[in-house]
Design a protein around this ligand. Structure first.
Ligand SMILES: [Zn+2]
Length: 140
């Protein structure tokens, strides 16, 4: 897993937006697999601090560009690709109890869990950001 909060992976960050450097991320992933089998699945997940795991117009415009960066860096299109949005709402504080923390629940789009500060949602989407996948929470 490559954490995108590494300053090497973005060129601009504000409270409202982040401009990442997907070519750099893709090249680092490709370099990490040098001499190994190429990854068969890649997911590009970014955060929406507004609480909604729905793609923005920019997300839809840029969706296939991220996949292309990985294809170029890896030299192959032979991998499954997913877009994801991690959302949390900074305007609403969590009122969950400790026992309720981090218990994932399926939602109409994605799955959510509550932490000490906020409720988070993770939604996974197709490569074009047109259709969300159903997320199943499996209890052990
Ligand atoms: Zn977005």
């Amino acid at each position: 897993m490559f954490q995108l909060d590494d300053p090497e992976y973005y060129k601009d960050a504000t409270i409202d937006s982040l401009t990442s450097l997907p070519e750099k991320v893709a090249q680092d992933v490709a370099d990490a697999y040098d001499g190994l089998s190429k990854p068969k699945m890649i997911a590009w997940i970014h955060t929406h601090p507004n609480g909604r795991p729905m793609p923005s117009p920019t997300d839809r415009e840029d969706a296939t560009m991220y996949q292309r960066c990985f294809a170029n860096a890896l030299g192959t299109n032979d991998f499954e690709y997913y877009n994801g949005i991690h959302a949390f709402d900074t305007s609403r504080r969590s009122n969950a109890t400790v026992d309720e923390y981090y218990v994932p629940q399926e939602k109409p789009i994605g799955a959510s869990w509550t932490g000490p500060r906020f409720t988070h949602t993770l939604a996974m989407w197709d490569p074009e950001f047109k259709t969300p996948y159903n997320v199943k929470v499996i209890s052990e």
